[in-house]
Design a protein around this ligand. Sequence first.
Ligand code: PEP
Ligand code: MG
Length: 799
Amino acid sequence: MIGIVVVSHSRALGDAAVALAVEMVAEDKRPVIAVAAGLDATTFGTDAMAVAEAVGAADSPDGVLVLLDLGSAVLSAELALEFVDPSVAEHVRLTSAPLVEGLVAAVVTASTGTSLEAVAAEASRGLAGKQDHLGDVAAVESAPMVAGDQSVEVVVGNAHGLHARPAARLVGLVNGFEAVVTLTDLDTGKGPVDAGSLSMVATLNAQQGHRLRVGASGAQAAEVLAAVEELAADNFGDAVVVAASRPGGSGLDVAIGPAVLADAAVDLSGYVAGDNEVPRLDEAVGVAGDELDALRDAGGEHGGIFEAHLAMLDDRKLLEEVRATIAGGTSAPVAWKQTYDTLAATFEALDDPYQQERAQDVRSVRDRVLQHLAAPASAGAPAAEGGPAEPAPSGRAGPSVDGAAAPAQLDTPGILVVGELDAATAATLDATQVAGIAVRAAGTTGHGVIVARSRGIPLVAGIGDVAVRAGAVVAFDARSGVFDTAPDEDRVRATIADRLGERERAIADAPAPATTRDGRTIDVLVNVGVVQDAVDVRGADGSGLVRTEVLFGNRRTAPTVDEQVEAFLAIARALGNKPITIRTWDIGGDKPLPFLPQEHEPNPFLGERGLRVFRRRPELLRDQLAAIRRTAAETPVHVMFPMVTTADEVDWALHELGPRDNLEVGIMVEVPAAALRVATLAKELDFVSIGTNDLTQYTTAADRTNAAVAPLADGLDPAVLQLIDQVVRNAGVRVAVCGDLASDPQAAVLLAALGVTELSAVGPQVPLVKARLRQADLSQVDTAAALAARDAAQVRALL
Ligand code: PEP
Ligand code: MG
């Protein structure tokens, strides 16, 4: 095996580059790597004598490859060759390959016992993957490959696609056989590329779920294909982590169980400060970081949340601040808490409600570290599996509240009562142990609520300050919004049994169309925020709303057109290529896009929202429309523009869209003005979709995120129903509803009776909505009474 020398001006840089590269291969396969970097540990510079020594240390009969960083590194290395024995110098090769990428490629290739020449060629192509991905002009030249005599098809199961480590394992494997092996990504059409070259494999940029054709020819073609199949089945050597965010809950909206209070501070009463506060903190931060790493890798679409938590944990400035406070004589937990409390307060003071809700992410990170300070792993304390993010109904990590002890051991799953629900908790709690979640805060835009709902965990929000005793049996019914601290247990259990039966039957029947008893077929579709929503749903007739701002809401940079196409196609595939309705970016109000910052507005829900934003800044919208058109070339797609008010806006959007080809085009009706003049707006459209969430808040002047006015913002308010009726009568095109009202089976019947032909609901409700429609005779629904009712309560009573 060849040896490798790294020459750098910086010792830290050289060592870190080596540490990164050797991660890619198993310990017993690593080549010898010698570092000649820096004049000492902290002084920058290169020294020819040190390079000569490194060459001697890495020398091998197979040769030595020298990778270098800048300017004088090259001169020093050349000079070093004058100092070493000529018989050694003649098999040393200096390469112009990029230091980091080249070293990674070299280490991986060398580990397979390949020749110096082949390793050097690989190192030189180290930038290939990046260049190809970013579309740099200097794209890689490589000999065209033929696909091979024999082939198999494998699927990339790894959460982050065929990234460096799994790719390195593949390369290491195929190079051990006497065969030429190629890879073709059947989902993108890229390839065939040389599977024995890390840089070529990187150019495929194969993502999770992509199908790869592996071709092989040569003496061991069959053997290598069998080995690749085995490696792929083993997730290319990556640990298979069951996505923590699945499986989900019962999908019911009613729950009962002993209260598990998890809204109290971490108990640090047993903490004794010493003279080793900084190491204790570092250990706790380290363990928390490992947990978050694992959660990110396991978190599927929700992985981005933990990426954000990791960024909050690794913030160097904050850590310095905590260390400085400790140096001033404060204990680690107090110093840590102070700094993160201040950060949380900063988020809370922001005007933007979405940013305010990020304070709960900060508190989640804060408590994760505090838990480890309270019960350090090194002290042998039984740290709660999954850390503080996993509230334990067993009482394992249950903090005390109001002096009451958390329940010692529960026989039945509990109701988790939380002040606010952070995403880590929602994604990682064991849904088989938690009967439901009761959230004191009313907000619905928090990641935690979104994640829990998408997992089908029974949840009620906005229960307020109601006093709850730990361990006492509580119940809630989210259909009525009632949280009961002294429930009639038999009655609740009977309701649960009924609803479970109802749900099971509905799921069994879900694939059948929702045809009412009087013969009207209503399409019932699913609202999608993450791809998994489309995967999990049963019986959806497509998607009536893809919330693109949620789909890419964890991104710090705008997704490329390719990335958008990929996500849209994944959704369509999961839904069996039934039509998907892609809504263009709907930002503003409570929904910012991190990569499209907006200016502060005094009244954001009445400000630049949805389509309004893009009239001034159309670039991002144009990219998205390009992605939508490309997706439409492969699968049925409807495009929909949000927050439309005027006919001018519709004209502008249609102009931006350009030729419609096979696209169906619609707008959302969320503004009362749009509902009233829908006939004018819909002239050139194929459909309109009513967003009852916003239509309700604008009709009733009740901010949908403000718990204080929540009772006013009721989608069954007759004023809202009258607007819906007006839209159905006058639109002249297909009318859908994709607001949350469509997820309520009773309301769904009324909407269908009013003439709505398409309903888009949250995934777990789709089978129930279909089942309820099948039982209904729409001609018997007294729509006139509902429209003339005094208030929402009267409409509900009618239903
Ligand atoms: C709505 O307003 O009803 C809707 C579906 O859009 P969003 O909830 O995403 O604002
Ligand atoms: Mg809306």
